[in-house]
Design a protein around this ligand. Structure first.
Ligand code: CA
Length: 331
């Protein structure tokens, strides 16, 4: 009897997960919040502290931008160079390249670990990019690897009983290749080692480089959910092609909500056209301290994006505000 009951439960579980897998758009929870570089409005971006805070805020996914170290370890950092978020210019002043920049790829993991991480700043003016965020050069933060971040998230999943996902981005694959390194291959292998292998696993892989995203699907044969990030110059007729290898797109929200005319928001057909191809739409980047002046409030930005334009998720520096908005909106 017990075995029969167990079998029925297992069958239900399997059929549910298959249903979701068939079409991500029809899965139960379509509106998701992705912590952009962690809770980056409150703590220096891409630090483990910023990720833990975002996790506690109740996000669905945490983002990791990935760049390789000299010894081929995927590091969680937004730029391929270091001087905008660390003290590298003071610790290793002689290690800049001819362009004056300090490249992550020129440093070993151990060297990178010796750097301090700060709130993002302009290395020329030494001023913070967002002046009202975490104070510059305060407290103590470090760089970390993809493995270290996954272990923290999976650890939190265990200790809280939640199942929060990861959302890694392959940064500048062409640059890595020019340096003789295959970032996608190495990153996928780390992901695989931690159990992220299939579309049903709680992971989206994102990339701006169209050829590389295709390569991840077809040549590297990854079955993970893929998001094609889109820069300024894309045309919607590409969506049919994108749907052949990706599960969704990540455009800038300003390419969908174009502004306001006579009190009405001007919204393109982009989301409708993407949905027609079965593609999820996860636009970037929602910032409560930086949005166009024709929105009355950050909540209006969230309302228009999620419900008028029908976004399936947003990347945000303010995960608490987006989570809170969705919670209240559903009631
Ligand atoms: Ca990113």
């Amino acid at each position: 009897m017990k075995q029969t009951a167990l079998f029925i439960i297992l069958s239900i579980l399997v059929s549910c997960s298959t249903k979701n897998n068939n079409n991500l758009l029809t899965s139960k929870k379509t509106k998701i919040v992705i912590a952009h570089r962690g809770a980056s409005a409150y703590l220096p971006e891409h630090t483990l502290e910023a990720k833990a805070m975002a996790y506690a805020m109740g996000v669905d996914y945490l983002e990791q931008d990935l760049v390789l170290s000299k010894d081929n370890i995927p590091i969680v950092i937004h730029d391929i160079h270091l001087e905008t978020v660390t003290d590298v210019a003071e610790i290793f002043p002689e290690r800049a390249r001819d362009d004056g920049k300090f490249y992550v790829i020129d440093f070993t993991f151990e060297e990178l670990k010796s750097l301090s991480v700060f709130e993002r700043f302009n290395p020329k003016t030494k001023k913070a990019v967002f002046s009202n965020r975490f104070p510059l050069k305060k407290s103590s933060f470090k760089l970390h690897s993809l493995s270290e971040e996954i272990e923290m998230i999976q650890g939190l999943n265990k200790s809280t009983g939640k199942d929060i996902g990861i959302y890694p981005e392959i940064k500048e694959p062409a640059f890595h290749r020019k340096e003789g390194k295959d970032l996608s291959k190495i990153a996928l292998s780390v992901l695989s080692n931690y159990g992220y292998q299939k579309r049903t696993d709680n992971c989206f892989v994102q990339c701006f480089d169209i050829e590389e995203t295709k390569r991840i699907r077809f040549e590297l044969k990854s079955d993970l959910k893929l998001i094609q990030l889109l820069g300024g110059d894309y045309s919607e007729d590409k969506f049919y092609e994108i749907a052949k290898y990706a599960d969704g797109i990540g455009p800038w929200f300003g390419t969908i909500i174009k502004g306001k005319t006579n009190g009405e928001f001007v919204i393109t057909d982009l989301v409708k056209n993407a949905h027609k191809q079965g593609l999820l739409v996860h636009p970037f980047t929602y910032r409560a301290d930086d949005y166009p002046e024709y929105y009355e409030s950050f909540n209006e930005l969230l309302e228009v994006g999620f419900f008028t334009a029908d976004f399936d998720g947003v990347f945000t520096d303010f995960p608490d505000k987006a989570v809170e908005f969705l919670k209240n909106r559903k009631q």
